[in-house]
Design a binder for this molecule. Sequence first.
Ligand code: BGC
Length: 745
Amino acid sequence: MKAKFNTALWLILLFLNQVLFAQSQSKTVDQRVDSVMQLMTLDEKIGQLNQYSDDWTATGPVTVDNDKTRQVRNGQVGSMLNCKGTDRTRWWQEAAMKSRLKIPLLFGQDVVHGYKTTFPIPLAESCSWDLDAMTLSSRVAATEASAGGIHWTFAPMVDIARDPRWGRVMEGAGEDPYLGSMIAAARVKGFQGNKLGDVNSVMACAKHFAAYGAAIGGRDYNTVDMSNQLLWEVYLPPFKAAVDAGVATFMNSFNVLNGIPATGNSYLQRDILKGKWDFEGFVVSDWNSIGEMITHGFAKNEEEAAFNAITAGSDMDMESRCYKKSLSQLVAGGKVPLALIDDAVRRILQKKFELGLFDDPFKYCNTEREQKELNNPEHAKIARDVAVRSIVLLKNQDNLLPLSKSIKTIAFIGPLVKAVKQNKGYWDVEVPGVDSNFIVSQWEGLQNKVGSKTKLLYAKGCEIEGSDKSGFDEAVQMAKQSDVVILSIGERRDMSGEAHSRSNLNIPGVQEDLLKELLATGKPVVVLINAGRPLVFNYTADNAPAILYTWWLGSEAGNAIADILFGDYNPSAKLTISFPLSVGQIPVYYNHLNTGRPVTSNMGNTSSYIDSPVNPKYEFGYGLSYTNFEYSNLQLSKKKMSIDGKIVVSLTVSNTGKYAGEEIIQLYLRDLVGSISRPVKDLKDFAKIALKAGESKIVRFTIDKEKLSFYNQKLQWVAEPGEFELMIGASSSDIRLNSVFELVN
Ligand code: BGC
């Protein structure tokens, strides 16, 4: 008996020794991963591929499962999402530490535009074209989230979107692949910081791989069908940019792409991502997207869904439980080689080691740091700065804006004036123990800005939705007593976002009718439009003298709007997505092909509508300033370029107005004749510069082979000899300077 006991004790000690040795820091990460894997049973390996949502909040359909804690203790869960706050994450991690191998859990969360401090929605922020600002906001989000126990954000969403009906347009960087790629890299850099393992870095996740933003009809989760050229040229580049920036993880998508669900798509995940691009991180499925392959009619049951997903390269199963239920039979039956499971496990463990979780599973559970970072006043300042950079000035007739600080009476009217949480937009994070008091409403922002000599009047006027006009009279009375009216209208924050697509993009309810009545008072009216997507608002656009598109600006919304209204910041943002004139125009985007019968030709039958112009109401790259910029003196260092050569383009930009300001100068190219038809223009570079009133600066760009290349019929990335048109614009239609050059053999 005693001998038996001694042997058991000896075996336990040997095993613990092996665990410690496997996790010891003196080896490379690869060696440490290998030595942990040697100790793992198949069940434990499959456990690493399994991700559950905590029960407290859910971002998808909840699966009832009262057994999660036991499974975590048994080493059958690799990651959790939707548990946040150091108390909660510590609690789960302690459960994981009771498992045989004590492999730590990864905590993932949708930290899309901030954790406690909320930044503008990503689409708004993209309109700043300010990569440093976007890196910084992601950095702050990572700092707060990691202090709250989170290791991994499911962001950035890098899906290109040309359809504002799609609710998730709010979550991306708009319609352009070049700008989208730069922004993808900037955000990855911000979330991941200098390196994973720094306590204020989180893993980023490029999602949703791939082409999720091209859902037919703008309906979320809908089918995608596109040519390989379009996929490679428009939809894949931001993902590639994220890989190049070192993104730790990818998430695949819900949609079918050319008949194959992305989650079960080997071409996307194995051939492109892990093959051609050599991505070394891991891929998580989207919420139950493995199980949904059954609904897609692509798998007959959960076992086949698991088979399809693991074979195609999906490493971690978010919430479908198909891996948990079926992978061990699939391996035992020889259908799935163990090597596939090992590869997925290795990728996940690698990241756990890089994050430092094997050295200290509670590294991100420091309550003191959590308190400090969630109350860091610097974060609000950064949020305000990013927010002012995201507001787009769409119209400013007779220089109504900026408003003078000595105005006597302002009427601030509309359903969004006193709203608080609305300003956060969709995909905000409910941080445990934090209420919404810190969000600056638009009303508060204005109060903070004006002095005691300015009187502020308020009336709600109407609700966001519905037909009730009973508040109009009060609003009109307020307007009549004022020197200027500011009207804040728009969507509700949850009218965009996941599963929030719209077929009608009008400003809802009677809000534009309210504007009509306010304009009838003869008072100057400044309209603020709050939304998560481009809306259609032709009455407002044509009749209001001044319009600011404020999107959803986050915690500092009120202060940022007031900064812009009074000229403490001169608007500099430009649209990163076209604003349609009508829903019937959608998809409308600037980098389209010319067609054989362009609208601009004088042929009788052109590619037009008989009842509408084809141009959007506001085009990609559009946005005004309180000052004026003039572009002159375009010079090209040469007019013929060899394939390995370069052309330096220079021009002068002058601020000819009264205010200091920033301008986004856009460089577009058109390949005039190609082996496949090329777009009428493609953004290939931009510069954002600050100019004082009266100041001029020279701006330089370099054209090289890369900027002239595209995917040919064989999907080779080539630059073809021939002529190119170079266009320098203040927007995609406001081309100020142009020239032609030639690429020669
Ligand atoms: C969304 C993902 C998100 C996930 C987890 C899904 O429904 O499509 O973008 O990361 O839920 O919340």
